[in-house]
Write a protein that binds this ligand. Structure first.
Ligand code: CP
Length: 342
């Protein structure tokens, strides 16, 4: 939810911490602003260039990122902001400084917004609480906190689905069926998507082996279903969101680039996982006509998703990335400048 922070040193400062509990009208407002931002950045980029002129946006990333960190930087620069980058491993966190102290020190330098990714669930919320009670006044945007939420990813996924499936006018997803497949239990992307997609009216089914998609996940939102048979769910899905197996969260370590992992968390073998849950070329042939394939990235190519599907006609994966810039620009504008900004 976008929460207003008191006593802002900027004209307006609010936080974007998560999508769980966000009212439909607010969600649709953010998606509409992101879509308008996409159009403006493409058609009249000069009209956006001064929006955050004179402001500083700080990326505080305590966990690795390619897409999110880069797109927040690109978005801030497209709005005329200056961007500073602090990577956890090269910060004084390595000397024992807390995340909150780090964030408060950076924000004290006159920063308008802190964009933060933390390994800990609730990391961004803790920083926002500290800002609100102790200062400084500064917007906090959650760029992913542990297994909890990744709100701008949830927004860009919803925007991608709306564009691909012709729901841009209303952002009403009633009648759409979305399957989220794979390591759901580890996924903050899945949690933000469940919140956004169900609020917009979609039918959401979480699919994976029982250890990765336990029945208890149906409690994430009213109407969420959990299944373990991808082949049964696939033919009715209008959008299929494949998830990466998060070896790092299962304590398995990452496979070397180009290598297949030896062991899957909570799964007997790579072969068994692929047989039952991968979106293979053969399985993608049974997608509903017009259905789209999403993946938040990074992709374990050849594990959860075949090369030909990732790069095939149903894939909207790079469109997700492109729309991520507009979503993040809209989020920055909304948090720093306020509701009327775009
Ligand atoms: N989708 C996503 O969060 O990707 P990054 O980890 O590269 O930011």
């Amino acid at each position: 939810m976008v929460k207003t922070a008191p006593a802002a040193s900027t004209d307006h400062a609010a936080h974007l911490l998560g999508l769980q509990g966000m009212p439909a009208a607010e969600l649709r407002g953010l998606l509409g602003a992101a879509w308008r931002m996409d159009q403006r950045l493409r058609r009249e980029p000069a009209s956006c260039r001064d929006a955050l002129s004179g402001r500083v946006v700080a990326n505080l990333f305590f966990e690795d990122s390619t897409r999110t960190r880069t797109s927040f930087s690109v978005a801030a620069k497209r709005l005329g902001a200056e961007v500073v980058e602090l990577i956890g491993s090269t910060s004084s966190v390595s000397k024992g400084e807390t995340l909150i102290d780090t964030a408060r020190n950076v924000a004290s330098m006159g920063v308008a917004a802190v964009v933060t990714r933390t390994k800990q669930s609730g990391g961004a919320h803790g920083i926002a609480r500290a800002f609100d009670t102790l200062g400084p006044a500064c917007a906090v945007i959650n760029a992913g906190d542990g297994r909890h939420e990744h709100p701008t990813q949830g927004l860009l996924d919803a925007l991608t689905i709306a564009e691909a499936l012709d729901r841009l006018e209303s952002f009403d997803f009633t009648g759409l069926s979305v399957a989220i497949v794979g390591d759901v239990i580890s996924s903050r992307v899945a949690r933000s998507n469940v919140a956004a997609l169900t609020t917009l009216g979609a039918r959401v089914t979480l699919v994976g082996p029982p250890a990765m998609a336990p029945a208890s996940l149906s409690a994430l939102a009213p109407g969420v279903e959990v299944g373990h048979d991808l082949d049964a769910v696939l033919p009715r899905a209008d959008a299929v969101m494949m998830l990466r197996i998060q070896f790092e969260r299962a304590g398995e370590g990452n496979p070397a680039p180009g290598e297949m992992p030896r062991k899957l968390p909570a799964m007997a073998s790579v072969r068994e996982y692929r047989e039952r849950y991968a979106l293979t070329t053969e399985r993608a042939g049974r997608l509903k006509p017009g259905a789209v394939v999403l993946h938040p990235g990074p992709i374990n190519r050849g594990l959860e998703l075949d090369q030909s599907v990732a790069d095939g006609p149903a894939s909207v994966i790079l469109r997700q990335v492109a729309l991520g810039v507009a979503v993040r620009a809209a989020a920055l504008a909304r948090c720093v400048l306020g509701r009327e900004a775009f």
